[in-house]
Design a protein around this ligand. Structure first.
Ligand code: GDP
Ligand code: IMO
Ligand code: MG
Length: 443
């Protein structure tokens, strides 16, 4: 069976949720391997907008199993709210349909508070995080103070760990003149969370191993994007997890050999939420137009996303370090209505032309993007689902992109709905084999 990784090649919000929802019929299991409820993955179902944060986007298909791996950080309150929200729209998620790793880390009430202190301390250099406690929870994981999902099921261990943590965290709160926290109420709340979570808790690594052995297939759903990866992104303006392909193996306890293909999701322009370098950012009316037409507001925090032209230097880098096999191009319809389209293919830096991306903010802040200009294609591609109807001008733009990145485009998204999608049969089949048949003829 083929197990596909869906990964964002930019700064997140490329349309991973929509693409995962579209691809889910070709797989048995959809697994998240990193991040937390900092992610916001949007899917439109029968005209209704659904934003998933922790639960894999494939869950909207009633015959699919969702998996939350050990690489995630979980805010139990947010987890249960998401289950309730899904229930309210008729999506029933029980333990048969969702597995949560006992080794995933738990976001505790002190984590968002510590994050606010940390962001305030940075002043002008603040990261602009989602303030969900993601970073401090991963800090505790690395520092070996973390509380894991399995600990929520062991009252004595839970109590002890909360007390140990508060002994240190409360000193920090005191130092910053903030109220301290008491162990008792946190313990009571999280013990109850543990009871609610218990049916979902699994040894995810063993579960996936057995599923693969039984001939089941997995769709890995990345969160954030390559340029937000802790190691390979624009550090320190990154998230705190490994969003790159390498994160799949560590974040699920599965051999990297199980990833049989990698699909890179690429928006036809670029966006970024929060601070950090963004060479092709448009701070003018064109940027504002992209934001309006693309409805570029954070799916998690509602913050306006910064917008700019497509950056092939950055995308090439993302494809290289992940070994992307095929590209899914999203939101090209948003470019219609502009007077012309630009795409960056090199940077000018200290008098020379750079074609390789350097993820250092001090370099990226000083580069000048070199652009190629394209005319806007003649007929609209909005809502198209047939490759044959794509206008020649659009095909030229896609051909340029394929040549620049040296990777074929196999999926083109033409709107927000499930049906607004074009797949190039031959390219999808090369990646997914017979499983691709399950996608064909869906609309
Ligand atoms: P994710 O985090 O990668 O899943 O992406 P988000 O859901 O945060 O942001 C992508 C946004 O673009 C969502 O509002 C989607 O509904 C929307 N979207 C996805 N594909 C397309 C497309 O092809 N055209 C348009 N106009 N919108 C799209
Ligand atoms: P999806 O999965 C876009 C950004 C934040 C901030 C930085 C660090 O929807 O693509 P964090 O709270 O993770 O410590 O914030 O990362 N960020 C995202 N930006 N899409 C996301 O997820 C993001 N998740 C985190 O805005 O700049
Ligand atoms: Mg998002």
């Amino acid at each position: 069976m083929n197990n596909l990784l869906v990964i964002g090649t930019q700064w997140g919000d490329e349309g991973k949720g929509k693409v995962v929802d579209f691809l889910a019929p070709a797989f048995d299991i959809i697994a998240r391997y990193q991040g937390g409820h900092n992610a916001g993955h949007t899917v439109y179902l029968e005209g209704k907008k659904i934003v998933l944060h922790l639960i894999p986007s494939g869950i909207l298909h009633p015959d699919k199993i969702g998996v939350i791996g050990n690489g995630l950080v979980i805010d139990p309150g947010s987890f249960f709210k998401e289950l309730d929200d899904l229930k309210s729209i008729g999506v029933e998620v029980n333990e048969k349909r969702l597995a949560v790793s006992r080794s995933a880390h738990v976001i505790m009430p002190y984590h968002p508070r510590l994050e606010k202190i940390s962001e305030a301390q940075r002043g002008k250099k603040m990261i602009g995080t989602t303030c969900r406690g993601i970073g401090p929870c991963y800090e505790d994981k690395a520092a070996r103070w973390g509380i894991r999902i399995g600990d929520l099921l062991e009252p004595e261990i839970l109590r002890e760990k909360i007390e140990e943590n508060l002994a240190v965290k409360n000193k920090i709160f005191e130092a910053f003149g903030q109220p301290t926290l008491e162990a008792g109420p946190i313990y009571e709340q999280y013990r109850k969370f543990g009871e609610g979570l218990a049916p979902f808790v699994k040894d995810v690594s063993a579960f996936l191993y057995q599923q693969v052995k039984a001939g089941k297939s997995i769709l890995f759903e990345g969160a954030q994007g390559v340029l937000l990866d802790l190691d390979h992104g624009t550090y320190p303006y990154v998230t705190s997890s490994s969003s790159t392909a390498g994160g799949v193996a560590t974040g699920l306890g599965l051999s990297p050999k199980q990833i049989t293909g990698i699909l890179g999701i690429t928006k036809a322009y670029a966006t970024r939420v929060g601070s950090g370098p963004f060479p092709t950012e448009l701070k003018d009316e064109t940027g504002a137009l992209l934001a309006r037409k693309g409805d570029e507001f954070g799916a998690t925090t509602g913050r306006p996303r910064r917008c700019g032209w497509f950056d092939a230097v950055a995308a090439r880098y993302s494809c290289r370090i992940n070994g992307v096999d095929l590209l899914a191009l999203t939101k090209p319809d948003v470019l219609e209505g502009l007077s012309e389209i630009k795409a960056c293919y090199a940077y000018e830096y200290k008098g020379s032309k750079l074609k390789d991306f350097l993820a250092d903010p001090h370099v990226l802040d000083k580069v000048q993007p070199v652009y190629r200009t394209f005319p806007v294609w003649e007929d609209s591609i909005q809502h198209l689902s047939n490759e044959d109807k794509l206008p020649a001008g659009f095909n030229d733009y896609v051909k340029w992109l394929e040549d620049e990145l040296e990777i074929p485009v196999g999926i083109i998204s033409t709107g927000v709905a499930r049906e607004d999608i074009i797949y190039i049969k031959e390219k999808c089949s090369r990646l997914l084999g017979a499983q691709a048949e399950k996608l064909f003829g869906k609309h």
